[in-house]
Ligand binder design. Structure first.
Ligand SMILES: Cc1cc2nc3c(=O)[nH]c(=O)nc-3n(C[C@H](O)[C@H](O)[C@H](O)COP(=O)(O)OP(=O)(O)OC[C@H]3O[C@@H](n4cnc5c(N)ncnc54)[C@H](O)[C@@H]3O)c2cc1C
Length: 599
């Protein structure tokens, strides 16, 4: 039960203020509270308390939450050529963790390279974090549609890997087409359990949570220290319930831990000349997401709401010249890129919630999207109008589908079910936060000026072509007229020779991200890796008492990032807590020894 706040926040001086309560914050608090601190801790969250948002996150699983205005907000993201990009963030207690679905860790080598420490350190940390989610073994409960995806992929050369700790998979550094199964976050009643909010003891006696409160500014004072000339003394907040604005002070030796995700670099940008060695706001990126063809599940295979996000990733590597000699001549340049396929299946009307929201990218013209991403109220209006229109289309399709079923002598009330996939990958060139109008520039489909080489376009084209037979084996292709309509409106490819045109149109008209914005204050560039002094881990260069514990501290992971965000928070707390009692470590060691003996 979350504690009711009885005093005025501005009347108390806090030892530790945590800004944001998302994945990074939950990872941080989960580990930090293990050390049983006596300090007064305040967590400030812009979004609603989970008591309200859990309602949204539960209904229609995560799909409905996409289409609710309050807990999902759009960034003002554009390419340098001003093409709008649909890219968003979660705004609720638990942050992205309250609406995320897929889970996979970056490889421990990747974490060591970008955050510091050894791969073994990261293996141990994963073993400490993962069991807290109590996720069941996904292999025990695979649905018929998940099995059919696995079979189709294995037939085309993908290989299932069993590299997981407490059932949460790791991306290994292997040069192969791989399959990973990830665990569901829903219990047997379809409720979302054991996500970020469940790994934190929100009733901890000295912890106060303030929701619907936005940190608008950090207050610094100059101190006589050449290395760290600024010390944060307070945060300036706006109470979104009362519209009251005030300062919340930090104790003299207090710490500020920023876990506000995409807002973290923004809060530091006004002090960018003194903090972070001038690199705050740089190296920002998100995964490009391209929707792929729609299929009908194979005969006899029914879907369930649990399949809305099929719990399987298929990963494949793109390498310059990896597609044969002809392509090698055409693509001698570029950097190795990991691509992931995610799969969605279910009743048409459930999947529609996706369309009404993220896939707005496919339905609206760029000129309108430019306004929609800038003005949140317009986003709410537009997506709800689209949602109503789509439900009307759904109603009409339902009638035709019912009549078709009746003519085919099948139960008329059987719902139309679909299976589809997306491909996602990290763009070749990163972007940055801009000062004006909170704009974020993402360099999607950037072209090398001298050679005209466009890595993102090449990756998308070559990888969709390479795997199109696998995709076409996910289910039955829809009727030729439906395909014609899909090609006319969206150019969705079903054949190799349709791929280039789709990618070209997508790169100009349909830009969409996987909602995975990362970077802006990277370890090593803006943040101390804490290698010589653990207490400095995640500390912003130039600041005496400000740490970052969210996804803005790392470059965009190659795979889905939420586990990296949890782990970053867990890591900062682990290093700050020093050698204080770590109950998880004992359990983790036992777990690890069982795990390695089983393997
Ligand atoms: C719709 C959606 C679906 C996603 N699905 C997946 C998935 O299935 N798998 C996956 O791996 N990743 C997924 N992600 C990405 C994942 O959620 C993020 O990478 C992750 O949440 C980043 O964690 P974070 O701690 O950096 O930030 P967040 O989790 O975004 O947390 C930041 C928190 O800070 C709060 N905040 C922001 N500004 C302020 C402020 N000024 N004052 C106070 N509070 C503030 C926000 O409300 C938020 O709660 C998804 C993201 C979205 C938006």
């Amino acid at each position: 039960m979350v504690k009711k706040q009885q005093h005025k926040l501005q009347d108390v001086e806090y030892d530790l203020i945590v800004v944001g309560s998302g994945n990074g914050a939950c990872g941080f608090l989960s580990r930090y509270l293990d050390s049983e601190p006596k300090e007064q801790i305040l967590v400030i969250e812009e979004g609603q308390n989970f008591f309200f948002s859990s309602d949204i996150a539960h209904q229609y699983n995560w799909l409905k939450s996409f289409s609710e205005g309050k807990i999902f907000k759009l960034h003002n993201a554009l390419t340098p050529e001003n093409i709008p990009i649909i890219s968003g963030r979660a705004c609720t207690m638990g942050g992205g963790g309250s609406i995320n679905y897929t889970m996979i860790h970056e490889s421990s080598q990747w974490l060591a390279d970008h955050i510091g420490q050894s791969p073994e350190y990261w293996d141990e940390l994963k073993a400490g974090l993962n069991p807290r989610f109590e996720r069941p073994d996904p292999a025990d409960d695979l649905s018929p549609i998940a099995k059919s995806v696995l079979k189709a992929a294995e037939n085309k050369g993908f290989r299932l890997v069993a590299d997981a700790i407490a059932n949460i998979p790791n991306q290994p550094d292997l040069d192969a087409d791989l399959l990973h199964i990830f665990p569901t976050l829903f219990n047997e009643f379809g409720q979302r359990t054991h996500s970020g909010v469940s790994i934190v003891d929100w009733a901890y006696p000295t912890l106060t949570l303030k929701t619907r409160c936005r940190v608008e500014q950090l207050k610094f004072t100059e101190v006589d220290n050449q290395d760290c000339p600024l010390r944060c003394v307070a945060v300036h907040v706006k109470d979104l319930e009362t519209n009251e604005a005030y300062d919340i002070p930090l104790k003299e030796n207090g710490k500020l831990v920023l876990c506000a995700g995409a807002a973290t670099p923004r809060l530091l940008m006004p002090y960018g000349d003194k903090l972070g060695k001038g690199s705050i706001s740089q190296q920002v990126n998100d995964h490009i997401l391209l929707p792929l063809g729609l299929y009908l599940p194979k005969k006899g295979i029914r879907t369930s709401p649990k399949d809305n996000y099929v719990p399987i990733f298929a990963t494949s590597f793109w390498r310059p010249g990896s597609e044969g000699q002809k392509d090698k001549e055409q693509t001698p340049q570029g950097s190795e890129t990991l691509i992931t396929f995610d799969f969605f299946a279910g009743e048409f009307d459930r999947l529609l919630f996706l369309v009404s929201h993220l896939f707005l990218a496919l339905l609206l013209p760029n000129w309108l999207k430019r306004f929609v991403i800038k003005w949140p109220w317009l986003f709410v209006v537009v997506k709800n109008v689209v949602r109503l229109l789509i439900q009307l289309v759904n109603f009409i399709i339902g009638i035709f589908w019912g009549i078709g079923n009746w003519l085919r002598r099948e139960p008329w009330h059987d719902e139309l079910e679909l299976i589809t996939a997306i491909i996602k990958f990290k763009p070749a060139v990163s972007g940055q936060y801009e000062d004006n109008h909170k704009r974020i520039t993402l360099n999607f489909f950037a072209e090398v000026e001298e050679t005209g080489f466009n890595q993102d376009k090449t990756v998308a084209q070559q990888m969709i072509k390479k795997h199109i037979d696998f995709l076409n084996d996910l289910g039955e292709k829809p009727h030729v007229w439906v395909r014609f309509l899909l090609r006319l409106l969206l150019r969705l490819p079903y054949e190799k020779d349709q791929v280039d045109a789709y990618v070209k149109t997508y790169s100009k008209k349909f830009l969409l991200t996987e909602q995975h914005l990362a970077g802006g204050c990277l370890y090593g560039a803006a943040l101390d890796k804490g290698l010589s002094h653990p207490q400095n881990t995640g500390k912003v260069f130039g600041a005496a008492n400000v740490h970052i514990a969210d996804l803005s501290s790392v470059p965009l992971p190659r795979v889905s990032p939420q586990m990296t965000a949890y782990l970053v928070g867990f890591h900062v707390a682990h290093r700050l807590c020093g050698d204080k009692m770590k109950p998880w470590n004992r359990k983790a060691r036992i777990f690890k020894s069982i795990f390695s003996s089983v393997c």
